[in-house]
Design a protein around this ligand. Structure first.
Ligand code: CTP
Ligand code: A1H0Z
Length: 408
């Protein structure tokens, strides 16, 4: 497949995000519903923002959402974004987005792109490879669109609500997003389309065919292109993102024989559960490795200070490593002998204070205590429990459990 260097022309994106999300039944429009401390729309924007050959992103929001959207842009450092106001229907919103590239009385707008990608803001899972296919096809053919096989059969009903006939499913496809267009093709189509199209239409590809005589190239996309429409879709999106964050971790073993031995057992268990691990004795001078993942497991002997954890936190704060996704630190405290209550309280106080402080920077600090046992079966069982707890903390990223002394 052609690579990024094939994109030797300007590409911009229009993200319609001015809907009210009625079908979720939630008071907040779904594009602004949050998980992992971030609104859904920010995840979609990030998907496009990290692609170097995409020059600008026009986000189209309802008038009342303009200021909240500008705050999101600032909070999550979305640098390629311009926010414009949408309309009462999706087509009106998309047309508003396209007009952001046209000179206006308020002065120069965004540079007009050769190709414009139109993508629903509530479809957060799109990858660069597929976007490249859509973009290059749009450049060649004038228009392109993502399609997916139909899951349910399409039927036509009589006016009395009875079956009239069913369509042969193999002949039809579901039209999804992203879609790509030569800018002039889709802009002209919107200039020519009818009020009926603006009011009741849902398909940009149809407008390109009807009003610009351009038949879109259809490209089958991956199943990840689905649109968040119902409340259950928000839960599904959150679960998919959390799963994608929990695939790797950095295991910091410490230098003592006991912590290295525990690290080795934990590494074996986590890798057998398909987690990819980078293993370090300590974090000094390994900043680039620190920025490879957002999950850290730090093994230390009870009584050890949190200074190394604080060093890690400093690196994350300086690099804004936790800006877009929470960073998880699981501080494993290996007890080789029974600590006094005073020692436990001192440690517990230290971990609670530090966890509250770093949570404001989107860093989730957990503590798990494991008692060393000379009895192999008991020790094995404790390490198994430590593995399960560690996996759960990384997967679920539950802020409620931060700062607690969990027991493996
Ligand atoms: N007037 C509108 C209506 C919809 N959209 C956007 O178009 C995308 C797909 O539309 P849909 O899933 O139908 O969103 P809503 O219209 O918000 O959903 P509902 O029909 O449940 O209200 C969404 O990102 C939505 O914000 C838009 O920009 N302007
Ligand atoms: O119809 P809705 O407003 O739910 O969502 C818009 C979808 O129709 C649209 O994204 C695709 O069908 C491609 O045009």
């Amino acid at each position: 497949m052609m690579g990024r260097d094939a994109v030797d022309f300007t590409v911009s994106v229009v993200l319609p995000a001015a809907g009210s999300g009625e079908r979720t039944g939630l008071p907040t429009p779904k594009q602004f519903c949050t998980f992992l401390n971030r609104p859904l729309i920010s995840f979609t924007i990030e998907t496009f923002e990290r692609i170097p050959w995409i020059k600008s992103i026009v986000v189209v929001v309802a008038k009342e959402s303009r200021d909240p959207m500008l705050q999101i842009v600032q909070q999550f450092c979305h640098t390629k974004v311009k926010v414009v106001e949408g309309g009462t229907t999706r087509h009106r919103s998309i047309f508003s987005g396209l007009q952001a590239f046209i000179e206006s009385s308020e002065g120069p707008e965004l540079p007009k792109p050769k190709v414009v990608i139109i993508h629903d803001a509530v479809r957060p899972f799109v990858d660069e490879e597929f976007l490249l296919k859509i973009t290059l096809a749009a450049k060649e053919q004038g228009a392109s669109g993502a399609i997916r096989p139909l899951v349910s059969t399409v039927i036509a009903t009589t006016s009395e609500g009875f079956l009239d006939h069913s369509l042969e499913r193999t002949k039809y496809r579901a039209s999804e997003m992203p879609q790509g267009f030569l800018y002039d093709v889709i802009y002209q189509a919107y200039q020519r389309c009818s009020e009926f199209d603006f009011e009741f239409g849902t398909e940009c590809l149809h407008l390109a065919l009807q009003y610009s005589g351009t038949s879109a190239k259809l490209i089958e996309g991956p199943p990840t292109l689905w649109k968040v429409t119902y409340k259950r879709d928000l839960a599904a999106a959150e679960s998919i993102i959390k799963e994608s964050l929990s695939l790797s971790a950095c295991l910091i073993t410490g230098a003592m024989a006991e912590t290295v031995e525990l690290s080795s057992r934990l590494q074996k268990n986590l890798e057998s559960h398909h987690m990819t691990l980078d293993v370090l004795p300590c974090i000094k001078e390994n900043n680039e490795l620190l920025l490879k993942t957002r999950n850290f497991i730090q093994i230390s002997i009870s009584g050890a200070s949190l200074s190394e954890t604080e060093e890690m936190v400093k690196v994350f704060e300086e690099t804004k490593h936790a800006l877009l996704y929470p960073v998880v630190i699981v501080w494993v405290r290996l007890c080789t002998d029974e600590a006094t209550d005073i020692q436990k309280n001192v440690e517990l106080k230290a971990i609670m204070e530090l966890s509250m402080k770093v949570k404001r920077g989107n860093i989730l600090l957990y503590c798990v205590q494991i008692l060393y046992s000379k009895v192999p079966e008991l020790w094995e069982r404790s390490v198994e429990r430590l593995t399960e707890i560690t996996e759960s903390l990384i997967r679920d990223r539950n802020p409620v459990l931060t700062g607690q002394m969990l027991q493996a």
